[in-house]
Design a protein. Structure first.
Lengths: 383, 287
């Protein structure tokens, strides 16, 4: 790597972008949109669907009986990461501010309450807390399916019932088949589920990265190749690695700078959050890999633009179909599944430990895209 | 110069270039000596562009050996790359940059001083238009800018693909003068062209390719001697035209009779016609 060559190639990218009025106008529009959102957007606001279903489900119970144990033992693999069982009696004061159960953003809860009726009999009340109607449907489906299975098994056992409602088999062993017929079920809405403003800001940030790395870079690179300018550079002392390095040094930082401006306008404090920068770096690196792959495959500027657009549409459609059909694992293979969630969590200060999984997956996908892009570019991209 | 004068600058040995089953260059042997202006001629599909693609590293030879300045083009490509300049057949500038901006970019890559940019611009007579965006340049100006770009780093070897295409007579003359000056200073030039007059006027040696094979290789003067055509074109007062071959007795007698009859409006000797020679050698036609 020679500095004078990198500097010259980098300067060329800067000058080309400064001459690209359409690109500058779109970047300015994004900033204006972020400003409008910042000025007129209400904090919290109605829930939005950009981030998708609730990220996590708390199953809060007041007694650890056979029903809870059955549920705990039968969480399906695709929900295992998202479901947390909590004994409310053992929650700390921090988890119960003011004696109230408080749930983080993008989460829902199934509360298995025990209530005593006027006749002295113990009944169950299942309260499903969700940000929006239908958000908890995968968890509810699982909950009621497994509950029904549990009570079917219990009814076969025909355990005699003690007067206090406890089974004679021991503490906590309830004659649940009878209880099942006395279950009350209600839905309640959690306040401030998914933050609309944070969702839109996440979308703008991702679009800024997409615009810089997946649209602009392949488009201009294919234009250079189509018109023979890339060949002229390749015939100069610049090596393919140096040509690549200059693009790596320009497009992701340019996208990140625009994204940081958008995030800063929406929530200035986020700029001091190292996790925000980590997520942004991972997303930018992944976008660069996608962009370079498109640039290496596409033969013309028009093909590159169309491919970038198609990529965005296909990924969005796949995510939508996977959500509708509750298709497991497949969405995890898209960078566009992890990054919006991470950005939303960072922007709403609800970054939880389990988001590390999303960070790791996003990083892995970014590396995979970057490797594929580098191999393709070395093979056929510069000619 | 990276090579002693006795050694060939470019050496092609049994060069074969294949595109699938199609053989574009079929066992080409060629040597270019230092300070030579070499013309590569041939009809479309003769293998000129494929040969040039190999020389500029765009395509590896299917078989055979290519050395430039004594170095193998495949194994020593990185060392060969800075030693040549290349003028492609179609312009490839940054449209949004000025002429000077375009040269400044490549000057940065070659790490040459900025003064050299002005020198090259004035050499190709583009100094007045240097600060205009290239999108406003005419085709001729764009081609001259390509030549200026190729000369920025003062390469000892220059490849030119149709260097005077789309140039007016004056600009074509300027380019030819520059090429002759370069050659006089020791630069080796390889050009491909369809312009026979240009080849005849400036090339030291000419290779004519047809269907990937070499059909003639010599200086234009030697080709003139070999393929001399002693013909006379006669235009009659009626407007009719006829060619008489002086090497055939009957046609010579016919010519004498025609001249004596007083029906001749114009008479022109045709000793050597590069176009005809080219067509004869390549067995094809421009039509």
């Amino acid at each position: 790597m020679r500095w004078h060559i990198i500097r010259t190639l980098f300067g060329k990218e800067v000058r080309r972008q400064l001459a690209n009025r359409g690109g500058l106008a779109l970047a300015a529009l994004l900033v204006v949109a972020a400003l409008l959102l910042s000025v007129f957007g209400n904090d919290g606001g109605p829930s939005a669907s950009m981030i998708g279903d609730v990220e996590s489900c708390y199953v809060d119970y007041w007694r650890d009986d056979g029903w809870v144990q059955h549920l705990r033992a039968n969480v399906p693999p695709e929900l295992k990461r998202n479901v947390t069982f909590r004994d409310v009696n053992h929650l700390s004061d921090r988890q119960l501010p003011g004696g109230r159960l408080v749930y983080p953003r993008s989460s829902g809860a199934i509360q298995m309450r025990m209530i005593q009726g006027d006749d002295g009999r113990i009944r169950r009340r299942i309260c499903v807390w969700q940000p929006r109607v239908g958000d908890m449907s995968p968890y509810e489906t699982w909950f009621w399916r497994e509950s029904a299975r549990y009570f079917q098994q219990q009814s076969c056992r025909n355990t005699p019932l003690a007067p206090d409602g406890r089974g004679v088999g021991g503490e906590g062993d309830v004659r649940d088949s009878e209880l099942y017929s006395n279950i009350e079920h209600e839905h309640a809405r959690l306040e401030a589920g998914v933050d609309m403003r944070a969702s839109i800001t996440s979308g703008l940030i991702l679009f800024a990265l997409f615009f810089s790395c997946v649209y602009l870079m392949p488009s201009l690179m294919c234009e250079e190749r189509e018109r023979g300018i890339l060949l002229a550079q390749a015939l100069s002392p610049a090596s393919p690695q140096e040509i690549l390095a200059a693009k790596f040094l320009f497009y992701p930082p340019a996208g990140m700078a625009l994204a940081a401006i958008l995030a800063g306008v929406a929530k200035p404090a986020v700029l001091a959050d190292p996790i925000f920068w980590l997520v942004l770096t991972v997303a930018a690196f992944g976008s660069l890999g996608i962009g370079l792959t498109i640039a290496s495959i596409a033969r013309s500027q028009r093909t590159a633009s169309m491919t970038a657009l198609c990529y965005m549409l296909v990924v969005a459609l796949l995510q939508f179909i996977c959500r509708l059909g509750n298709i497991p694992l497949l969405p995890y293979l898209a960078l566009e599944y992890h990054c919006p969630r991470l950005l939303h969590a960072v922007l709403t200060d609800s970054f939880q430990f389990y988001y590390i999984f999303n960070v790791a997956m996003a990083a892995l996908l970014s590396i995979a895209w970057a490797v594929a892009a580098t191999v393709l570019f070395r093979k056929c991209g510069w000619q | 110069m990276p090579q002693s004068p006795a050694q060939p600058v470019i050496q092609l040995e049994k060069l074969v270039v294949r595109y699938g089953s199609f053989v574009a260059v079929d066992g080409l042997d060629l040597e270019l000596m230092p300070g030579e202006l070499f013309g590569l001629l041939g009809p479309n599909g003769a293998g000129k562009s494929s040969t040039l693609r190999v020389l500029i590293g765009q395509r590896p030879p299917s078989s055979g050996k290519v050395t430039v300045f004594g170095k193998d083009i495949v194994t020593h490509w990185a060392q060969i790359k800075p030693l040549f300049g290349y003028v492609p057949d179609r312009e490839n500038h940054f449209e949004e940059f000025t002429g000077r901006g375009n040269l400044a970019f490549f000057a940065g890559l070659y790490d040459v001083p900025t003064q050299k940019i002005d020198d090259c611009l004035s050499l190709v007579e583009l100094d007045e238009a240097a600060d205009l965006p290239v999108r406003g340049y005419s085709m001729g100006m764009r081609r001259k800018l390509l030549l200026a770009r190729a000369l920025l780093h003062q390469p000892p070897l220059l490849y030119l693909d149709e260097p005077t295409a789309n140039l007016d007579i004056h600009s074509a003359g300027v380019v030819r003068r520059i090429l002759r000056t370069l050659v006089a200073n020791g630069c080796t030039v390889l050009l491909t062209t369809h312009n026979m007059d240009e080849v005849e006027a400036i090339c030291d040696r000419v290779a004519i390719l047809c269907r990937g094979r070499l059909v003639a290789l010599d200086s234009p003067l030697a080709l003139r001697r070999q393929h001399c055509e002693r013909k006379v074109d006669v235009t009659f007062t009626s407007g009719e035209r006829r060619a008489f071959d002086l090497d055939q007795n009957d046609q010579r007698s016919d010519l004498a009779q025609v001249v004596q009859s007083g029906q001749v409006a114009c008479l022109q000797t045709r000793e050597f016609d590069f176009h005809e020679t080219f067509l004869k050698l390549t067995g094809t036609s421009f039509q």
